[in-house]
Design a protein around this ligand. Structure first.
Ligand SMILES: C[S@@+](CC[C@H](N)C(=O)[O-])C[C@H]1O[C@@H](n2cnc3c(N)ncnc32)[C@H](O)[C@@H]1O
Length: 243
């Protein structure tokens, strides 16, 4: 999908593309930043912390390694990376999210598709629940391939849908109906209605895998977390670079 191609959500809503998407996504995260952590914990029933720890373990990096947390938001991954003895820094598009981050690691405002980070300068990278928010996902993955050193690792966590029909029915009720309701009560109704719709931006696994291979990664692994409530995407930066 090109950055300007339009996408339809599960309920037929036409989702923004190109610069409109970037503008709307940034404004939305600026608006929800103050209560983002609270709503996030409720929404994931606290499971997101477990998923983030699994992602950090999967990096298997030596202590002290520099790690980029892409779209770092309010710093949840930064905190866990520090606890694991790594040296993280965050990059995010939204000033509001960066301002709400109390994790204590360095952070920079930038677009994922144009990282102000030197080639091969980080040992690994994480990214939590942001791939579908990027206007140029392919460009962001190419940037990851550029900044992660050969042999370095990435661990990306994203929303997913459970395979079990029973779990899927419950999940859809929760994610598509109750989350917008709770998010609306505690934060911004529009933003939390957009959230389940935004899953339509996520490419299918085979496409995501191809994008990662094109960006210079190998050993791409995509696995469900907690029965498919989320997914963990891991890969290693190849020595040979982008294909
Ligand atoms: C759902 S939040 C996730 C935040 C954090 N990674 C977490 O796991 O809680 C998505 C984040 O992506 C950021 N974002 C969206 N588009 C971006 C872009 N093009 N470049 C960098 N960050 C972006 C948003 O500002 C927001 O902080």
């Amino acid at each position: 999908m090109t950055p300007t191609e339009s996408t339809r959500a599960f309920d037929g809503t036409l989702l923004p593309a190109g610069d409109d998407k970037t503008r709307q996504v940034r404004a939305m995260f600026d608006a929800i930043a103050p209560r983002y952590d609270l709503v996030n914990r409720i929404m994931s029933l606290g499971l997101d912390l477990r998923w983030r720890r699994a992602a950090v373990r999967s990096l298997a990096l030596p202590g002290g390694a520099t790690v980029l947390d892409l779209a770092s938001g309010t710093g949840d991954f930064l905190r866990i990376l520090r606890q694991a003895g790594l040296r993280p820094f965050g990059v995010d598009l939204s000033w509001g999210m960066l301002a709400a981050d109390q994790a204590g690691s360095p952070r920079v405002q930038a677009d994922a598709a144009a990282l102000p980070v030197a080639d091969g300068s980080v040992g690994g990278a994480t990214c939590g629940y942001a791939l579908r928010n990027f206007t140029d996902l392919a460009g962001a993955l190419v940037e990851l391939g550029r900044v992660v050193r050969p042999g370095g690792r990435i661990a990306l966590v994203e929303v997913a849908e459970p395979r079990s029909r029973l779990l899927l029915a419950g999940y859809r009720l929760w994610f598509r109906r109750l989350v917008p309701l709770i998010g609306g009560l505690l934060s911004d109704r529009g933003a939390y209605r957009y959230l389940p719709r935004s899953t339509a931006y996520l490419p299918p696994a085979r496409e995501l895998r191809a994008l990662l291979l094109d960006a210079g990664f190998s050993g791409v692994n995509i696995r469900p977390l907690s029965g498919g409530l989320s997914q963990l995407i891991t890969a290693t930066r190849s020595a040979s670079g982008a294909r």
